[in-house]
Design a binder for this molecule. Sequence first.
Ligand SMILES: C[S@@+](CC[C@H](N)C(=O)[O-])C[C@H]1O[C@@H](n2cnc3c(N)ncnc32)[C@H](O)[C@@H]1O
Length: 205
Amino acid sequence: MSRDFFEEKAGGYDRNTRRVQNVDNISGAIIRTIELQKAMRLMDFGSGTGLLLERIAPLVAKITAVDVSRSMNAQLAAKQQRLGCELEILEIDLETAEIDRTFDGIVSSMTLHHIRDIDALFRKFYRLLAPGGFIALADLDAEDGSFHTEDTGVHHHGFDRKALAGVAMSAGFRDVTVDSASVVHKPHGDFPVFLLTAYRPGVAS
Ligand SMILES: C[S@@+](CC[C@H](N)C(=O)[O-])C[C@H]1O[C@@H](n2cnc3c(N)ncnc32)[C@H](O)[C@@H]1O
């Protein structure tokens, strides 16, 4: 397996109040923007310790947590009994691994910037969605590279909203919108976070 970039951070990950507040804001934005339904089966891409999925769990049937980091998955597994829905954890690198089923929606928080090939990822998300399925992806707006102080496998210093919306449309997504979801306040600056939502065309069954 590739290096676990989050091995040192996983144990104390949820103790960072700035991080928790950010995911609180992101989950609130997702819940306001997407009509979540109790029968839905979602994927949380780059689920980490589960900060995002634990906030969404009571509103859906099942969440498949996808994360390459063994240490982050261990933190999530410890929460399994107190989550509001069924949980499945897939310890895979989604850049290379395939999943042979579809989801009603894919959510993600602060993970896109760890992915080398964003175009390929959006095409994979499209294939992984049932007709009518949604993506709700939150990450940093374009920044100067000062957000991260440690090497956690960063491939993008945030994203230009218009360019990312274009990537989603090129992959086949429709009704693409990008709105502000949060701001991470660090001592050396403020880092805005967007939420991109879009749908795979078709009628949900
Ligand atoms: C910054 S953390 C965000 C965790 C969580 N979503 C949150 O907001 O608290 C990024 C997560 O993405 C995971 N990740 C990065 N690249 C990945 C890949 N190619 N496949 C699966 N997971 C990946 C990392 O292991 C890490 O847990």
